[in-house]
Design a protein around this ligand. Structure first.
Ligand code: FAD
Ligand code: DLZ
Ligand code: SF4
Length: 511
């Protein structure tokens, strides 16, 4: 007998460590569709369909190579509907010498894997996931060398190690960071490119019907479905981005526009995170575009920073800090998640737009996640675990290794500043500057209090007031706290009152 190689839904990469040295004559690959993964949090229906379809296509591709794939479908009557049960059944079916897996993207599943080593009658070999530029061990070494305090220094170290955008020891373009060039609002009349989408094939259509019947109550539209579900199509999606998105990616990285769900973003995170694309090929293509003169340095550096910097940094933090990381609640936030996160039913146009794109595509771009739905959760003091579960459920690219540091750390500051030195709190003025949402909103971003006041305004000051004991000693918060100190006491009281009335009026029950 050979080895049983268990491949999870976010490990759809031919070079996966668990597939290295596979012997098609003796080994088998196990893949399982299980309800427990779809319900660990109530995942967006389009995300479930995307992943199941990508899994089925990946299994087909392995079979086309002559590899034996034991694939358990969701509607198989014998399916026990969780990883542990399905692996145990498969071990009984195959009687393998060993089970080989690649480390997963979530602590929860890693614990399961450790359990398998105990409960199964055969050895379980857990291999490192080498699809990242910085392995977990490398990151741990950088932590010991005190090079992971802030993303920027980690990123520079990764630039040096990989040689991306380096001229010897100096950064291409003479600076490490072009962020100050990457904060433009979208000028009125700017043409936004049409993006390549991929109509469902027969396998995807079958999976869409299955998802509708099994996960009918979950949030999110199933159709129109336009994600790539094969590696070949994911590569076409990457090409499309490099051609039509990357040239202006930098300029409008932080811009938002009503009705434009994608702008100049790459839309590749679902593919990177489930394995259809590798981070290295995405970076290589962007660097090539710079070399060809097809994209400017601020765009290419901005893109590389997100993948080589942020993506690797948050993964490092996740594995370095778990399991304790998820438990922190630095700002003692306890409010339940308002129903509007699921219904999108709110007169706040920015929130309705960002939740709308989330429902339609299981996608929202970074600044929508950070500065609209994230900022609101921070200012409203939503309990970290509740908003984390929401982000983990609703985005097609969400796995805990990347979701948790972004939400718990970057957005909610619940980690006390491990990830970012201050909370990204902002008032309505920021959203007004970076988007066109406020035109056509029933609130006015210029009104601070009273009728028509934008809730972000009084929620912002209320947040500073409520968290003064924790946040005011932070030097990076000195400016807003100085402004607050100059505010008459009566005005502060009005702010607190307005925030209380608004927040207490938000329904938390939904359908
Ligand atoms: P682009 O804007 O085109 O960026 C290119 C790539 O850079 C992305 O595909 C992604 O791989 C990487 N990247 C950019 N920013 C980050 C970041 N902060 N952390 C990690 N990688 C980054 N990203 C996820 O992949 N999964 C998540 O669950 C996730 N949750 C988030 C939650 C919040 C509250 C915030 C603020 C950000 C989150 N992000 C997450 C990061 C980022 O918003 C998405 O990666 C990005 O919007 C994906 O769209 P894109 O591929 O078009 O990205
Ligand atoms: C997210 C997800 C879903 C919805 N369904 C499956 C599944 O049926 N089978 C599977 O192997 N993986 C699925 N996944 C992805 C897993 O949740 C993911 O592999 C783990 O969380 C580890 O990162
Ligand atoms: Fe959002 Fe306030 Fe602008 Fe309305 S006015 S869109 S609530 S920032």
């Amino acid at each position: 007998s050979g080895n049983l190689r268990f491949v999870l839904g976010d490990q759809l990469t031919r070079d996966l460590s668990a597939l290295a040295d596979i012997d098609p004559a003796r080994d088998a690959v196990l893949m399982v569709e299980v309800e427990a993964e779809g319900r660990a949090v109530p995942h967006h229906r389009q995300k479930i369909a995307f992943l199941l379809s990508a899994m089925r296509h990946f299994a087909e591709a392995l079979r086309a190579e002559g590899i034996r794939v034991d694939y358990v479908r969701l509607d198989d009557p014998d399916n026990t509907q969780d990883f542990t049960g399905e692996l145990a059944r498969a071990v009984a079916r195959h009687g393998p010498k060993r089970v080989i897996v690649t480390e997963p993207g979530e602590w929860r599943v890693e614990e399961m894997m450790r359990g398998w080593a105990q409960s199964l009658p055969v050895p379980v070999e857990i291999r490192a996931d080498d699809r990242f530029f910085c392995s977990r061990a490398d990151f741990a070494a950088l932590v010991r060398a005190r090079k992971t305090g802030r993303m920027e220094f980690f990123y520079r170290e990764m630039r040096r190690r990989t040689g991306y955008l380096m001229d010897g020891d100096t950064p291409v373009g003479g600076q490490w960071n072009f962020d100050p060039d990457n904060r433009k609002a979208l000028p009125r009349g700017t043409r936004v490119p049409e993006r390549r989408r991929f109509p469902p094939d027969a396998i995807t259509r079958e999976v869409l019907a299955l998802t509708a019947s099994r996960f009918g109550t979950h949030f999110g539209d199933l159709e129109p479905f336009g994600w790539a579900v094969t590696r070949a199509d994911a590569l076409l999606a990457l090409d499309d981005f490099i051609a039509v998105g990357l040239p202006r990616f930098g300029d409008y990285q932080d811009a938002m526009k009503a009705g434009e769900d994608f702008l100049f973003h790459s839309l590749i995170s679902p593919y990177l995170n489930c394995g259809l694309l590798t981070a290295r090929e995405a970076c290589d293509r962007a660097v090539e575009a710079l070399g060809d003169g097809a994209a400017p340095i601020n765009a290419v550096e901005g893109f590389i920073r997100q993948i080589l910097g942020w993506r690797e940094f948050v993964r490092g933090i996740y594995w370095a800090e778990m399991p304790g990381y998820a438990d922190g609640n630095h700002l003692n936030a306890t409010r339940p998640l308002p129903a509007l996160y699921w219904t999108g039913d709110t007169p706040m146009r920015c929130m309705a737009e960002c939740i709308g794109t989330t429902r339609r595509h299981a996608y929202a771009h970074h600044i929508q996640r950070l500065m609209v739905t994230g900022n609101f959760a921070l200012l409203a003091g939503i309990e970290p675990a509740q908003i984390e579960a929401w982000y983990l459920a609703v985005y097609a690219d969400a796995y805990e290794w990347v979701e948790l540091p972004n939400v718990h750390g970057m957005v909610m500051h619940a980690d006390g500043g491990r990830l970012g030195s201050k909370p990204y709190a902002a008032s309505g003025a920021y959203i007004h500057r970076m988007s066109d949402y406020c035109t056509g909103c029933s609130y006015d971003p210029k009104v601070k209090l009273g009728p028509g006041a934008c809730p972000f305004n009084y929620l912002y000051w209320n947040f500073l007031i409520e968290n003064a004991a924790v946040l005011s000693p932070n030097p990076r918060m000195a400016m807003p706290y100085r402004t607050l100190a100059r505010m008459p006491a009566a005005q502060r009281a009005e702010i607190v009152q307005a925030a209380r009335v608004f927040l207490d009026g938000l329904p938390t029950d939904w359908g």
